[in-house]
Design a protein around this ligand. Structure first.
Ligand SMILES: Cc1cc2nc3c(=O)[nH]c(=O)nc-3n(C[C@H](O)[C@H](O)[C@H](O)COP(=O)(O)O)c2cc1C
Length: 210
């Protein structure tokens, strides 16, 4: 099946969203935890987290523009901090349910049964059940001209990784942590590492290291 840009523009909107959301390949499944100035918590599943750089350690995420309230965006812009928590196979149902449009005063933690985990001095809640968690400070916010989406760049200021998932060289075995992958807006996948490859150099053939 070949879709031209005219075909894509003419698609039913739900079909188009399902199709285009699947085309970028597997995406990370993360829960973004925030709180407002009074400490009221909020949690939302977000698949648009991308790595921007390691030094400083930066991750970006994208929040869609919308006529509806965007609690995560409001809280991040308000407090300047948030958490990113990997979704593992144990919490798929609860994590997915955070996408429901709960009213502002209803915390998705309470609504889904996920536990809040606070670290002293950090003003956003982590997910107690998550195996890998990061505390983020907002460094840059841009609303993109092309479609009005909000591009938020944050610095990792806290990172919590279980010892058994952390390799001697710093690489994290996210498969051992039970982290799942996402396709589109509703399909969750388990993962299996097929191979690990040595640093690629022009004068060396591709070499598997484990
Ligand atoms: C699998 C999945 C991935 C999602 N990824 C994003 C995303 O990357 N950006 C976004 O703005 N919304 C995303 N959403 C939608 C939000 O989770 C949803 O709008 C949520 O209600 C936002 O909650 P809030 O108003 O409390 O911030 C996703 C939803 C699902 C089910």
């Amino acid at each position: 099946m070949l879709f031209t840009s005219n075909d894509i523009a003419a698609l039913d909107s739900r079909y188009r969203a399902a199709l285009v959301n699947s085309l970028s390949g597997f995406k990370p499944a993360n829960l973004v935890g925030t709180a407002n100035h009074s400490g009221a918590s909020n949690l939302a599943i977000i698949s648009s987290v991308v790595h921007l750089g390691s030094h400083p350690p930066l991750l970006a995420l994208i929040i869609r523009p919308s006529p509806v309230e965007r609690h995560t965006l409001e809280n991040i812009l308000d407090t300047g901090c948030y958490t990113i928590n990997h979704v593992s196979d144990q919490i798929i149902e609860a994590a997915h349910q955070t996408a429901a449009r709960y009213p502002r005063e209803q915390s998705e933690f309470a609504a889904t049964g996920l536990g809040e985990y606070w670290i002293d001095g950090f003003a956003a809640p982590f997910v107690a059940e998550a195996t890998i968690r990061m505390g983020m400070e907002l460094r840059e916010h841009k609303q993109l001209e092309i479609n009005g989406t909000h591009f938020l760049i944050g610095e990792i200021v806290l990172a919590e990784v279980p010892g058994h998932c952390l390799g001697d060289d710093g690489a994290v075995d996210i498969c051992a942590a039970g982290t799942v992958a996402l396709s589109g807006l509703d399909s969750y996948y388990g993962t299996r590492r097929l191979r690990r490859m040595a640093y690629a150099k022009p004068d060396l053939p591709p070499t598997a290291i484990s």
